[in-house]
Structure formats: structure tokens, C-alpha cells
Design a protein around this ligand. Structure first.
Ligand SMILES: NC(=O)c1ccc[n+]([C@@H]2O[C@H](COP(=O)([O-])OP(=O)(O)OC[C@H]3O[C@@H](n4cnc5c(N)ncnc54)[C@H](OP(=O)(O)O)[C@@H]3O)[C@@H](O)[C@H]2O)c1
Length: 191
């Protein structure tokens, strides 16, 4: 994720205005080593998601409604699939389903195609909030953009319950005013 100085993860409804060449390179490098990507349906609807550069890499789109553009390249190519609650509406798109009423993210991640070891979550804030609440984030890569943007853009997590999960800061880099930080989940009980 990339966030402004004041914590917003969107500018004009998208992340591009907060990003930089180096930030995009970090994202693409992480993608190149990830086995599979997951992303919230809201981000796919607002940012548009294409086919990953890495051959065979798949993108799981997390949704309750299944409301995605099935004709988009992401789904028409077969790279995209949906991650839905068991009782979500029928869809023509390949789906991983878990949980009744509410998506069971932990169970869904266990059912991902290819049993990936490294799953990269690319936001947005609502999906991040659910992943954080379920303590499913092992590592967080966050870029702080040198922009103050005001407005009411979401923080890196939203719509989740309050939690207190401690992470260790393991990498910190500065490039052209942008701060790149990598945090790893500290083992042990949460507060
Ligand atoms: N700065 C960054 O690095 C960055 C990265 C990504 C996105 N963004 C920005 O963030 C904004 C989108 O964030 P967002 O929070 O609105 O959307 P989001 O998290 O991408 O997607 C929200 C949607 O995902 C589905 N969803 C989320 N949590 C779920 C759960 N626990 N179970 C089932 N489905 C779930 C629902 O889909 P349905 O509505 O289909 O049911 C929900 O409406 C955009 O402006 C985007 O540009 C910024």
C-alpha cells in the first residue's frame, strides 16, 4: 500500500497520484515473487486490474456480491477468479467459496488454487481491515508518500474492529522523499 503523510490511501479515488516510479517498482518486484495476488473488488472496480506480468500468476478478487466485470481482460483471460462467501450469488467466474453469511477469509486462503506459499494482498482498505482482524497479515509493505492530501480517503485498513497487533520494522528506505517500510508480524499473543 501507499499512503499520504496524513494516512490517506487514495487521491482522486485511486492510488496512482500517491505513488512514484520507485513505489511502482516495489509493487512489481513483490508481485514478481508472489505466488498469487488477492485484491478487494472495490479496488478492481476503481483501479481496473489487468493480467499479471508473471506467467501463470492468478488474482483472487474478494467480494460478497460477485459484482465484477466478467468481460474484463482479468476474468476473460482466466487469470482472475472470485473469492466469495458460500451463499453469494451464482457467477460464471471460477470461485473459491468459504463461510456462510460472511466470507471466512482464513478458510478461503487455505482453498486457493495451487496452495500458494506467498499471497500478496494489494488492498484496498476494507479487505485489509478484514485480513488484519483475522490476523492474516504476516508482513506489511507500506510506502509513505510525501504528500498531504486532506479529504476523507481511507487509512490502510478500514471497516475492521479495533486490534493491537505488533509488527517489527525490518526494512526502511528513503527515495526522493518517499519512505519505504517493511514490517513483519511479531510472534506471540496480541494485546
Ligand atoms: N494506496 C494504495 O496502495 C491502494 C491500494 C489499493 C486500493 N486503493 C484505493 O482504495 C480504494 C478502494 O478501497 P475500498 O476499501 O473501498 O475497497 P476494497 O477493499 O478494494 O474492496 C471492497 C470490496 O471488497 C469486498 N470485500 C472487502 N472485504 C471483504 C470481506 N471481508 N468479505 C467479502 N468481501 C469483502 C466487497 O466487495 P463487493 O462490494 O463486491 O461485495 C467490498 O465492497 C480505491 O480508491 C483504491 O484506489 C489504494
Amino acid at each position: 500500500m501507499v499512503a499520504s503523510i496524513d494516512g490517506s490511501t487514495a487521491l482522486d479515488g485511486a492510488s496512482a497520484g500517491l505513488s512514484s516510479d520507485a513505489d511502482r517498482e516495489v509493487l512489481l518486484t513483490l508481485r514478481s515473487i508472489a505466488d498469487l495476488i488477492i485484491v478487494g473488488a472495490g479496488t478492481v472496480r476503481s483501479e481496473g486490474y489487468g493480467v499479471p506480468n508473471k506467467p501463470g500468476q492468478r488474482i483472487g478478487v474478494v467480494s460478497r456480491s460477485g459484482d465484477v466485470d466478467v468481460a474484463s481482460r482479468l476474468f476473460a483471460s482466466g487469470a482472475g477468479f472470485l473469492i466469495l462467501p458460500e451463499d453469494a450469488p451464482h457467477t460464471s467466474v471460477e470461485s473459491v467459496r468459504a463461510g456462510v453469511g460472511e466470507l471466512d477469509l482464513r478458510a478461503a486462503l487455505r482453498r486457493l488454487p495451487g496452495s500458494p506459499a506467498f499471497v500478496q494482498a494489494e488492498g484496498g482498505a476494507s479487505l485489509n481491515g478484514a485480513l488484519a482482524a483475522a490476523d492474516l497479515l504476516d508482513e506489511i509493505n507500506i510506502t509513505t508518500s510525501p504528500l498531504l492530501v486532506g479529504g476523507s480517503g481511507s487509512r490502510a485498513t478500514s471497516h475492521g474492529p479495533q486490534i493491537s497487533h505488533r509488527f517489527d520494522l525490518v526494512d526502511l528506505l528513503v527515495d526522493d522523499g518517499f519512505i519505504f517500510s517493511r514490517y513483519v508480524r511479531q510472534p506471540g499473543p496480541s494485546a
